[in-house]
Design a binder for this molecule. Sequence first.
Ligand SMILES: [Zn+2]
Ligand SMILES: [Zn+2]
Length: 106
Amino acid sequence: MIANLFCPKCGTIMLPEGKKLKCSGCSYSPRSKPENIILKEKVEVSKEQEIEIRDQKVETLPKIKEDCPKCGNKFAYYWTLQTRASDESETRFFECVKCKNRWRLY
Ligand SMILES: [Zn+2]
Ligand SMILES: [Zn+2]
C-alpha cells in the first residue's frame, strides 16, 4: 500500500512511477525512498556474510612457503582448482598471509 503524497514544489499529488514517486504536475521526484534504504541494508549484510564464510575457508587452508609478488612475504595459503577437463593440470591459487594478495599458477 502506497500513501499518497503531495509535491513539495507545486502541491500536485504525486503518483508512483516504478519504485519512485513522481509529481504528476512538474515531474518532481524525491531522491531518497524507504524502499531503497531497506534494499541497501540487505545487500550490505549479505556481503559481510560472504566475507565471513570466505575467511573461514581461507583459515583452514594449508600454508606453504611461497613468495608474495606484491609485498615479498614468504608464506601464502594454498589451494587448487581442477579445470573442467580432468586430464588437464590443475590451477594453483595462493593468498598471501600478510597482505591478502591473491595470484595463481598454471
Ligand atoms: Zn510538482
Ligand atoms: Zn603479500
